[in-house]
Design a protein around this ligand. Structure first.
Ligand code: XUL
Ligand code: CO
Length: 437
C-alpha cells in the first residue's frame, strides 16, 4: 500500500513530561479510567471530509493544502484517500472513521454513475478495515453540496430533489451496513429556509419527517442494526435550520412519532452556534437517553460561524466528559473529529499535530472528569442542593400527590418558604479549576 505520511511513524504515548510534538502526553489507549480503557471511553474517529477532501479554500482564496493522495484521475484519488485514511488511523491508533458518500467516491455524470463509483471504492474500504481493524463509526449521504439541493433535500419545494436524496440515503445506508458501520448520520445541511416569503414551513417539516420514516423502513428492510443519529445545527448554510438544537430535534422526532428510532450526534461548534455550551447540548441529549455520538471540534469565541477547529480547550473537554461519563458513554457512537486544520497549516504532518492535540485534550478531559467524579464533592453539592425534594412537601409533589389547592393550604399555613441556600457558583468553578491545574 502506498504511504502518504512516510516521515511519520506510529505515534507513541510518552506521558505529560514529553516534549515530542509527535507523541501523546495523555492519551494512553489501554490505561483504565473508571475501570475501562481510555480507547473504549473515547472511541476516536477521523472525519474523511476534513482530513482527506477539503483543501483549505475559503470564500477569499483557493486550496492551500498539500494532499499527496490527489492525482489527476478522480478514481485514483479516491483509492489513494482510502490508503491515506487507514495509514493515518493506524499511525494515530484511531479505531474509527466516518464519511459522506461523496467524500469516498466522486459523483458521476448520472446517479447510476455515482453509485458505480461508490461501489468501486467500497471493496477498498472493506479491505482497509480488514487489514487494520479500523471500523466505520458512521456513514452519511451528502444531500447539500450539489446545486440540485439548493432548496433543500427532504424539505425541497422540488419533489425530485427529495427523491434524489432518498436514493442517496438508501444507497449510503446499504454501504454503511455492508461495512459494518455502528451508525448512520442525518445532518440536514440545507433543511431549512432563507425567507418565509417563499416557504411553506409546515409542508417542509412534514416532508422531512416522511423522509426519516422512509429511512427507518429501509433500515428494517435491509436489516441494518446500527443506530440512526440526527445532528443538530441552527444555521449555516441556511439562515434557519430546522434541526436547530438538541431540544428542537427531540420535539420534532416526538411530534412525528420518530423518537424511538433516533439518537443525537452532538457537535460542539453547532452547540455554540445555537447559543448553547457544548455541555448543555450533551446534557439535553443525555437526560433524554439520546446521547448517540459526538462531533468533536470547537468554534472560535470571536467568530460567529462553523470554524470546525480541532478541540484543544481542556475546560470544555472536561465538562463534556463529565456529562458523557454520567450518561454511561455513547449510544453506539464515539468522538468523531469533525474538524479541519487551519488554512495556513497546509502540510500533511499538520493533520497529525491536530489529531494528537485533540486526542490528548479529550484524554485529559476524561482523566480530570473521572477525578472530579471520584472526589464526589460536585455530586454531593448538587444532591444536597435539591434536598428539599427528598422529604416532606417536595417528595409529595414529585410523587404527584399534591394539588394546587393543597400547595396553597400548605403555604398559607407555613407563611414563608424555607431560607434559600447559596448556589456557590464561584466555589464550584474553583473546584473544577483545582482539578484541571
Ligand atoms: C456540517 C457538519 C457535517 C456533518 C455530517 O456542519 O457537521 O459535516 O457532521 O454531514
Ligand atoms: Co458534524
Amino acid at each position: 500500500m502506498a504511504q502518504f505520511f512516510p516521515q511519520i511513524g506510529s505515534v507513541p504515548f510518552q506521558g505529560p513530561q514529553s516534549r515530542d510534538p509527535l507523541a501523546f502526553k495523555h492519551y494512553n489507549r489501554d490505561e483504565l479510567v473508571e475501570g475501562k480503557p481510555m480507547r473504549e471511553h473515547l472511541r476516536f474517529s477521523i472525519a474523511y471530509w476534513h482530513s482527506f477532501c477539503g483543501g483549505g479554500s475559503d470564500p477569499f482564496g483557493v486550496n492551500t493544502r498539500l494532499m499527496p493522495w490527489q492525482v489527476d484521475d478522480p478514481m485514483q484519488t479516491a483509492a489513494n484517500k482510502v490508503a491515506a485514511c487507514f495509514e493515518m488511523c493506524q499511525k494515530l491508533g484511531i479505531e474509527f472513521y466516518c464519511f459522506h458518500d461523496n467524500d469516498v467516491a466522486p459523483e458521476g455524470a448520472t446517479l447510476a454513475e455515482s453509485f458505480a463509483n461508490f461501489d468501486r471504492i467500497v471493496p477498498l474500504l472493506r479491505e482497509g478495515q480488514q487489514k487494520t481493524g479500523v471500523k466505520l463509526l458512521w456513514g452519511t449521504a451528502n444531500c447539500f453540496s450539489n446545486p440540485r439541493f439548493m432548496h433543500g433535500a427532504g424539505t425541497s419545494c422540488n419533489a425530485d430533489a427529495f427523491a434524489y436524496a432518498a436514493a442517496k440515503i438508501a444507497k449510503t445506508m446499504e454501504v454503511t451496513h455492508a461495512l459494518g458501520g455502528a451508525g448512520y448520520v442525518f445532518w440536514g445541511g440545507r433543511e431549512g429556509y432563507k425567507t418565509l416569503l417563499n416557504t411553506d414551513m409546515k409542508r417542509e417539516l412534514d416532508h422531512l419527517a416522511r423522509l426519516l420514516h422512509m429511512a427507518v423502513e429501509h433500515k428494517h428492510k435491509i436489516g441494518f442494526k446500527g443506530r440512526f443519529f440526527i445532528e443538530p445545527k441552527p444555521k449555516e448554510p441556511t439562515k434557519h435550520q430546522y434541526d436547530s438544537d438538541a431540544a428542537a430535534c427531540l420535539a420534532f422526532l416526538q411530534k412525528y412519532d420518530l423518537l424511538e428510532h433516533f439518537d443525537l450526534n452532538i457537535e460542539a461548534n453547532h452547540a455554540t452556534l445555537a447559543g448553547h455550551s457544548f455541555q448543555h447540548e450533551l446534557e439535553v441529549a443525555a437526560i433524554n437517553d439520546k446521547l448517540g455520538s459526538v462531533d468533536a471540534n470547537r468554534g472560535d469565541v470571536l467568530l460567529g460561524w462553523d470554524t470546525d477547529q480541532f478541540p484543544t480547550d481542556i475546560y470544555d473537554t472536561t465538562l463534556a466528559m463529565l456529562t458523557i461519563l454520567k450518561a454511561g458513554g455513547f449510544k453506539g457512537g464515539g468522538l468523531n473529529f469533525d474538524a479541519k486544520v487551519a488554512r495556513e497549516s497546509f502540510e500533511p504532518i499538520d493533520l497529525f499535530h491536530a489529531h494528537i492535540g485533540a486526542m490528548d485534550s479529550f484524554a485529559r478531559g476524561l482523566k480530570i472528569a473521572a477525578a472530579i467524579r471520584a472526589d464526589g464533592s460536585l455530586d454531593r453539592f448538587i444532591k444536597q442542593r435539591y434536598a428539599s425534594w427528598d422529604t416532606g412537601i417536595g417528595a409529595q409533589i414529585e410523587a404527584g400527590q399534591v394539588t394546587l389547592d393543597q400547595a396553597r393550604r400548605y403555604m398559607l399555613d407555613k407563611g414563608e418558604i424555607a431560607p434559600n441556600q447559596s448556589g456557590r457558583v464561584e466555589m464550584l468553578e474553583n473546584l473544577i479549576n483545582q482539578f484541571i491545574s
